[in-house]
Design a protein around this ligand. Structure first.
Ligand SMILES: [Zn+2]
Length: 254
């Protein structure tokens, strides 16, 4: 079931929840076109509450996009999807390509078809307050964007999670024990999203980036970076869909 409601009035409901910008629907591709959509498995609030059991397989998630990010079953690492391949960053530093059968508790993907170039100066920083000096993205702060950054970074501070066991602690406890690494002079690809403040609860407002080094040896959730020679592309997504399997509700009410 798909419920389509204005983004600003997004409500949690069983089934699949979708929201659209209030502008009249334009003729053209279907609203469920992955190249127009940020598709997310499960509301972020359920992951925050300790919903770490896998809900859908990698193969199922891949139907909705080829670029994005995810969390592994039992929170066994952060993940990034680049060109349709999903990589798992384990707390011991290893990187593994996820098999199609792996189940995920959370994922956020889109189909990448290119975007608008946003200049990123060498030395540009990123951190808890976003990218200082960058200004707002092309369609403003209330839009959803897919992001792809490629190039070299002087430093990237990444984190990943340790595998959790039941009873699962909430995410803010798991973050307390996160594994942090600093990548120096790294070449790679970042995938992620920029989402408006009203996405809170359903998703993660502001920038959310995961990185994979070109040699597939390092990566994780990006806590901060200092850019070297970086190409940043952004692509607005007029549709935001949150898929909510019944198991997601049961999982956090165990
Ligand atoms: Zn993340």
């Amino acid at each position: 079931m798909i419920r389509r409601i204005p983004c600003a009035a997004a409500l949690l409901a069983a089934g699949t929840l979708a929201c659209s910008n209030p502008a009249p629907p334009a003729p053209g591709p279907s609203a469920s076109d992955p190249a127009r959509t940020v598709w997310q498995l499960s509301p972020f609030a359920l992951l925050q509450a300790g919903g770490y059991d896998g809900l859908m397989t990698v193969d199922e998630v891949r139907r909705h996009g080829d670029l994005g990010l995810a969390a592994a079953d039992e929170l066994n690492g952060e993940m990034v999807m680049v060109d349709g391949r999903l990589y798992q960053f384990l707390a011991d530093g290893r990187v593994a390509e996820a098999p199609g059968s792996m189940r995920l508790p959370f994922a956020e993907v889109t189909r990448w078809t290119g975007g608008r170039d946003i200049p990123v100066a060498a030395g540009q920083t990123y951190g808890a307050s976003g990218m200082p000096g960058m200004g707002t993205l092309p369609a403003g702060a209330d839009a959803f964007y897919a992001l792809r950054l490629e190039g070299t970074w002087d430093t990237v501070v990444v984190r990943t999670f340790h595998q959790q066991s039941r009873p699962y602690p909430p995410l803010d406890s798991a973050v307390h024990h996160q594994a942090v690494d600093t990548l120096i002079n790294v070449r790679g690809t970042m995938a992620g999203f920029w989402q408006p403040a009203f996405a809170k609860g359903l998703s993660i407002p502001g920038y959310h980036l995961h990185v994979l080094s070109d040699d597939r040896a390092k990566g994780g959730h990006v806590l901060s970076f200092r850019a070297g020679n970086v190409r940043m592309q952004v692509a607005e997504r007029p549709e935001f869909i949150v898929h909510l399997p019944p198991d997601a509700i049961r999982d956090v009410r165990h």
